[in-house]
Design a protein around this ligand. Structure first.
Ligand code: C2E
Ligand code: MG
Ligand code: MG
Length: 740
């Protein structure tokens, strides 16, 4: 191997492989004259060795050489890292077209035929070097752009109007996690990687962009070949330079990291660092939305501020990590008591002096640990107190930290939307005030914001507990109120009405305790108790007295929609000692219409057993006779509030007359409720009302007194001279009622 660098610029290096010393000499001279440092070798093997050891700007290889010919050497050089883009000039024999063809096949850049024309060879060298320079520049620029695209997680893809992919960059394959040579030939091949839920949207956007030449700016998900989910951004502009309408160049950028960062930022801005619960800002946003919906649907919402009392004292003996785990446990315990639809948020500590302070710094001076809980769409005012009762019970249990048992006490305040306010801030503030009042009563208590509400709820709460106890001790009673037929004053039945004599508060109105029973889930048991007692009592009366009358029992809507409760009623009816036709169920009109379909099915089940059905309190709800015509009812009871108007208001008489006619046309028997005097009775008689119930006949009476009443009627039948007034009703009972 000979090296000469006479006259070289120091940068250009040529490798000349030829076994002909003459050619070596002349070409070396030419190359040196062009500024190359020349290395000459005698065969292909030496050429490959030289290139393995050093880099060159050009290689000139004779085809015919000993040990390794030019073809083999060229092929081997192309395998080398520094030989891939090296300009290789093959020296061939004159008109040796086979060799020329083969030279190109093995990767030669150009050829020169022997004998060599040195003048032309000089130009050719210039040309080859210039072309090599340009292609090197291009290669570098391509590499730079690939590198930049790689850094930016960017790729680009080109579609023609037929949605064929005419170009797809390496970056696209990287984004989709495809191996280097995988072919993407149509838009559909790309769309396969789009997340199934986004596919339709992406497809429509590309179609629109291709057809209308619109720009594209689209974020969507892709599922990479390895199953990983990534977020990408597709951007395109219509390409006027492409000359073909609908031709699209789209850049696709993997923006997963950006989205993750956004999510992290969102979490930092809206969530409590320690518990992962929403912070006050997010709570206010959600609560605002919820309140708007609540107004639309007339829902009640309770906002509760719940806190651990003197948290600073609780954590006095705990180190920092222990305090943090206590907070997490507290949050978890609240979360477990909440329903999924409730909102729960941890209040960033209120004792921070400087707003920008980091969380850890804040916890150091944390005095309170406070949470806001929002109960949405609650059906009663006590829902919040029932919830808090449960929550505070949970907080009665110890927290175990570092093998130590930590006990806490809690206090809470409740505000209700819409009565206590309509904006999140107002409601939270009022709940905080209420919590303050609760704190004055001592730990472990809670309060409503409004005093009267507080009294009301406290009373309801106490009554609910006492009612549960009354049911357990079986101290509820059943009273009976008779109904009579107007035509002949005969007794048609008695209505069983539940009575509760509270040990301290005296008689509680059914209007109050029935509602509590419904809200507390006690109505099923209460109703069954009344039904059972009434049936047993009626059996006794039917055996004792010579008359034929039934008993009406009121049903609550809750009893109709619960299958189990319904089954229990069916069982009680089947097992009762009286014929089913003596049992009638009363249901108020408004509750029936609210759950029409469910109610209808259940009621048909009862009537198919032979029981009667009466629509109670007609006139207080929608008064929809057309709906009622679809129910299997035989009786319609006009509400007492209507009856009480008829004397004073002729219009009511007309309305009642109309209702009676319509009810008769539907085959219904009409009962007027709450008839208190003869004037009402006379009007009802005139309007063809069938039956009346009310104090004029008799008030609801304990079983023993009703038995006396029945006995008295029997006596009057036997002794017609006994006291009966002009209306045919017994004066004694009217006297009794007026003194009650
Ligand atoms: P209701 O079924 O409409 O019962 C008739 C109500 O009118 C009774 O009220 C009765 O005492 C009252 N009343 C009777 N005659 C007169 C009168 O001449 N003048 C006036 N002003 N009122 C009269 P009560 O006993 O207070 O019951 C109220 C409601 O509570 C009942 O209305 C019924 O809906 C419900 N209720 C009572 N017991 C039960 C029960 O065992 N189960 C269910 N689900 N509800 C019951
Ligand atoms: Mg009733
Ligand atoms: Mg009624």
């Amino acid at each position: 191997m000979n090296q000469s660098d006479a006259g070289s610029t120091g940068d250009l290096k040529a490798l000349l492989a030829d076994d002909d010393p003459g050619i070596q000499l002349t070409l070396s001279a030419l190359l040196e004259q062009k500024g190359f440092a020349v290395t000459t070798v005698d065969n292909g093997r030496q050429a490959v060795e030289a290139l393995s050891a050093d880099s060159f700007s050009i290689a000139l290889l004779d085809i015919r050489m000993p040990r390794m010919d030019g073809f083999e050497a060229c092929r081997a050089i192309r395998e080398l890292e520094n030989g891939k883009n090296l300009p290789i000039l093959m020296l061939t024999g004159q008109d040796d077209t086979d060799s020329i063809k083969k030279a190109f096949e093995v990767g030669a850049t150009d050829f020169v035929a022997k004998p060599i024309n040195l003048v032309l060879m000089g130009y050719r060298l210039d040309y080859i070097l210039r072309a090599a320079g340009i292609s090197e520049e291009l290669r570098k620029s391509h590499q730079r752009s690939r590198y930049a695209q790689h850094i930016a997680n960017l790729g680009h893809i080109e579609w023609n109007p037929a949605r064929e992919i005419v170009h797809c960059s390496e970056g696209i394959r990287e984004i989709l996690g495809l191996p280097g040579q995988s072919a993407l030939s149509r838009f559909e091949d790309f769309n396969e990687f789009v997340h199934p839920e986004d596919r339709e949207r992406v497809d429509a956007a590309i179609r629109q962009a291709l057809e209308a030449g619109d720009a594209l700016d689209l974020e969507h998900r892709v599922v990479r070949a390895d199953g990983c989910l990534r977020f990408v951004l597709q951007i395109s502009e219509s390409r006027p330079d492409s000359g073909v309408s609908g031709h699209m160049v789209v850049t696709v950028q993997d923006i997963t990291d950006r989205i993750d960062t956004e999510k992290r930022m969102h979490a930092l801005a809206y969530y409590d660092d320690l518990t992962g619960l929403p912070n006050r800002s997010l709570l206010i946003q959600h609560l605002d939305q919820l309140l708007k919906g609540a107004v639309r649907y007339h829902h009640k919402t309770a906002v509760i501020v719940f806190g651990v009392d003197r948290f600073d004292r609780v954590v006095e003996s705990l180190d920092h990590p222990a305090m943090e785990s206590l907070i997490r446990m507290i949050a978890e315990r609240i979360k477990l008591t909440c329903r999924e639809c409730d909102l729960l948020s941890r209040q960033a500590t209120d004792d921070a002096d400087d707003e920008g302070a980091g969380y850890r710094q804040l916890t150091a001076k944390l005095k309170n640990d406070e949470y806001v809980i929002v109960l949405s769409a609650i059906n009663s005012l006590q829902a919040a107190s029932v919830f808090l009762q449960r929550l505070m019970e949970e907080f009665g249990k110890a927290f175990e930290i570092n093998d130590k048992e930590v006990y806490v006490t809690t206090t809470a305040g409740i505000s209700l939307a819409p009565i206590d306010g309509n904006s999140p801030n107002e409601l939270i503030k009022h709940a905080e005030i209420a919590k303050g009042f609760a704190g004055e009563q001592g730990s472990g208590s809670f309060r409503y914001f409004k005093q009267e509400l507080n009294d009301q709820v406290t009373r309801k709460f106490a009554l609910a507990n006492d009612l549960r106890k009354a049911l357990q001790d079986d101290t509820l009673e059943v009273h009976y109120q008779p109904k009579i037929r107007l035509a002949d004053h005969s007794l048609t039945g008695v209505e069983a009405l539940c009575r509760w004599q509270h040990p301290l508060m005296g008689a509680i109105s059914p209007l109050e305790f029935i509602q509590i029973a419904e809200e507390e889930g006690l109505i099923g048991e209460l109703g069954n108790r009344v039904l059972e007692t009434a049936c047993r009592q009626l059996a006794a009366w039917l055996a004792e007295f010579d008359c034929d009358f039934g008993v009406s029992v009121n049903l609550s809507p809750e009893q109709l929609v619960d299958d189990q409760a319904m089954q229990r009623i069916v069982d009680l009816v089947s097992g009762s000692p009286i014929d089913n036709r003596f049992i009638e169920f009363e249901l108020t009109e408004s509750t029936l219409l609210a759950n029409f379909d469910t109610s209808l099915k259940t009621l048909e089940r009862l009537t198919s057993m032979g029981c009667g059905l009466a629509i109670d309190d007609f006139g207080t709800g929608y008064s929809s006779l057309s709906y009622l015509g679809m129910l299997p009812a035989q009786t319609l009871k006009i509400d007492k509030s209507f009856i009480h108007q008829i004397e004073a208001n002729a219009q009511y008489t007309a309305i009642i007359g109309g209702i009676i006619k319509l009810a008769h046309s539907l085959g219904l028997t009409v009962v007027a409720e709450g008839v208190e005097n003869d004037a009402q009775k006379a009007i009802l008689s005139r309007e063809q009302c069938d039956e009346i119930q009310g104090s004029l006949v008799a008030p609801p009476l304990p079983a023993r007194e009703l038995a006396d009443w029945l006995r008295d009627r029997e006596n009057r039948k036997t002794y017609p001279e006994s006291a009966v007034d002009e209306s045919g009703l017994d004066t004694q009972w009217r006297r009794n009622f007026s003194t009650r």
